[in-house]
Design a protein around this ligand. Structure first.
Ligand SMILES: Cc1cc2nc3c(=O)[nH]c(=O)nc-3n(C[C@H](O)[C@H](O)[C@H](O)COP(=O)(O)O)c2cc1C
Length: 324
């Protein structure tokens, strides 16, 4: 039986990727993820603001002023012990100690001023770059087109900088989700992760304060990526990877049946430990054996919109009946 998959031009020994999280910020945990069977690691994201602010700070120290984009060469002669340098060192360390692919991740929020930095990720040995892009559409003065334009500009600039595969991780907060997924997939990126999950604000009613909450997903949250991967499979120009709510081998199989090339896991490792990945792999293998599948390709997309008898099931959203 062969669990190998090709994702964004990388060969993965199986379809389970350790998604970006606190675990992928430390080499000790990354070694445990690899030992548990993870086929690739997405490093904890470096935040665009970190790149930008550190760079700005150092520029100001050197009295170069604020026109950052004119001073990119600065990186070629001085990088102090900063978050940036630490991130590049993390890539190098991960590459030297792990035998699975290492995907760097950048959290992109506001601008594309930092995109020159992508070259540094490539030079440090990253096998690919995942752009974790999210602009919360709370700015009421911008149209959805203006908001979406930022995604395209950033991707365009990154692709100009690097030759390693670039992938994109997005949320489902788009006005016309399917159209945007398709258009983004056609920009030259090689993979798309559907979807990122964010922790949401909650209220503490005793202190009357806003507090962060819901850091980890639960095992029922996979419905949204499942639906959208099933709908988009075969309609995008790049691979699709599932993320959010994948807590078991059974859910991972569902994502592959929907058309995912691979799945990313994060919360389940916090909640059940590194062994969760091993159990998921065992369950996938056991199921494939039972169903007589030799490879992931034998069943990928079998329950996608294109392949089911009644694709309308993916578009039905209202509850027509209620249960007494
Ligand atoms: C503690 C924690 C830290 C995370 N940090 C990042 C991050 O830096 N970059 C990113 O793209 N996603 C990050 N994520 C999101 C996960 O990669 C993943 O997309 C999300 O948690 C949904 O998957 P899950 O249901 O398997 O947790 C983080 C998740 C958790 C729980």
């Amino acid at each position: 039986m062969n669990l190998e998959v090709k994702y964004a031009g990388l060969t993965l020994k199986n379809p389970i990727i350790a998604g970006s999280s606190g675990h992928t910020a430390h080499i000790g945990d990354m070694l445990k993820l690899e030992e548990a069977g993870a086929a690739a690691i997405v490093l904890k994201s470096i935040f665009e603001e970190e790149i930008f602010h550190e760079f700005e700070k150092e520029m100001n120290d050197l009295e170069f002023g604020h026109e950052l984009s004119e001073h990119f060469d600065y990186f070629d002669y001085q990088i102090r012990q900063t978050n940036i340098a630490n991130y590049l060192a993390l890539i190098k360390e991960a590459k030297s100690k792990l035998s699975i692919p290492v995907i760097a991740s950048v959290n992109c929020v506001y601008s594309h001023e930092w995109t020159f930095f992508a070259k540094k990720l490539e030079e440090s040995g990253a096998d690919a770059i995942e752009l974790n892009m999210f602009y919360l559409p709370s700015d009421l003065s911008q149209t959805s087109e203006e908001k979406e334009e930022k995604y395209f500009t950033t991707i365009h600039n990154i692709l100009h900088e690097v030759s390693i595969p670039v992938t994109l991780k997005i949320s489902h907060y788009f006005t016309s989700l399917g159209t945007v997924i398709k258009a983004l997939s056609e920009t030259g990126i090689q993979g798309m992760v559907l979807f990122n999950r964010f922790y949401s604000p909650d209220f503490d009613i005793e202190q009357m304060e806003v507090k962060p909450s819901f850091v980890f997903s639960n095992e029922k949250e996979y419905a949204m990526p499942l639906r959208w991967i099933a709908i988009m499979y075969g309609k995008t120009a790049c691979d699709l990877v599932a993320s959010t709510g994948i807590h078991s081998g059974e859910t991972a199989i569902k994502m592959l049946l929907a058309g995912a090339t691979a799945v990313q896991v994060a919360s389940v490792v916090y909640e059940q430990g590194f062994g969760a990945i091993t159990s998921m792999l065992n369950d996938i293998q056991e199921w494939m054996k039972r169903k007589g599948f030799e490879s992931i390709d034998d069943f990928r997309g079998k329950l996608s919109w294109n392949n089911v008898e009644d694709p309308a099931v993916f578009e039905r959203v209202q509850f027509m009946k209620y249960f007494k």
